[in-house]
Design a protein around this ligand. Structure first.
Ligand SMILES: [Zn+2]
Length: 282
């Protein structure tokens, strides 16, 4: 599809780039909150074919943040009252399926003098739905910590009817294919090594029938301000899984340490008194 009916902006602060239907408002950067966003050309933008719809609404996403803020006694009390600005965003990724064949050689535990014996093998596995993130603003670690996304309900994507702004993907098909192969190989090695109780493992891989499609994942990105500092939060728009910066309260940790210290000192003192009393009367 041609990018008609589309506008794109990039942030001068963090470099994040998003596109949205023409005419939609774009007051600030969704990733860093900066208002220094500039229009960028839309020619050459390759649009993904499908997107996964949001299943958690704005209120639901806000509720996930409140739950998280109350989830640990180590979080400061004012975290519950922090105002979180959340925006829906469609995050670019690739989804791959295919077959990986691994030929391996390993040392496994055995009843030899060294306790190990050599073993070789090969195995073929068919995989579907391997996600490779293509975002430059959201890190792999952030995406991994709110995974998984279910591809069961995917819809055709039309940029001029996008349900939310979408980030422009950074991975070409070739780069995404390489990342998918690395992920498949790593996963298959881990499975084989664990299934065969190996001590050391080396393998080579062949990939067949690899097919990849770009798609968009539903997330909410936002930030809350606490003591003048912005903390980023990312929420899975399907499951509500949340990741972000949640500061620990040093006051609460300090109080707990003091309390523990007092209890330990009290117990020590009581023990000393007991010993003293015992020496007096025995
Ligand atoms: Zn930015």
């Amino acid at each position: 599809m041609s990018p008609a009916g589309l506008q794109a902006v990039s942030c001068q602060g963090c470099g994040g780039a998003v596109a949205m239907p023409a005419g939609a408002p774009h007051p600030r950067c969704l990733f860093c909150g900066s208002e220094a966003v500039v229009l960028m050309p839309t020619e050459g933008i390759e649009l993904p074919g499908t997107f996964l719809p949001f299943e958690v609404d704005q209120a639901g996403a806000q509720a996930k943040f409140r739950d998280k803020a109350q989830a640990s006694i180590w979080y400061p009390g004012d975290l519950r009252d922090a105002t979180l600005e959340l925006d829906p965003l469609l995050l670019p990724a690739w989804i791959w399926s295919g077959q990986v064949e691994t030929h391996w050689a390993a040392l496994v535990r055995g009843s030899t003098r060294s306790g190990k014996r050599p073993r070789t093998g090969s195995d073929t596995k068919r995989v579907r739905g391997v996600l490779v993130p293509s975002s430059s603003a959201i890190s792999r670690a952030e995406l991994d910590s709110i995974a998984p996304f279910s591809g069961a309900n995917s819809f055709m994507f039309r940029a001029d009817q996008a349900v939310a702004p979408f980030e422009l993907g950074k991975l070409t098909r070739t780069a995404a294919r390489k990342a998918a192969c690395d992920a498949l190989a790593q996963q298959h090695r881990a499975e084989l090594a664990s299934a065969n109780a190996t001590v050391s493992f080396s393998g080579s891989h062949l990939f067949r029938e690899l097919e990849g499609q770009p798609l968009l994942l539903p997330v909410y990105v936002g930030a809350y301000r606490r003591r003048g500092k912005l903390h980023r939060v990312v929420i899975n728009g399907q499951s509500g899984a949340i990741t972000g910066e949640f500061p620990k309260s040093w006051l609460r940790i300090g109080c707990a340490v003091l309390l523990f210290g007092f209890i330990a000192a009290g117990l020590g003192l009581a023990l000393l008194l007991l010993i003293w009393a015992a020496t007096l009367y025995l």
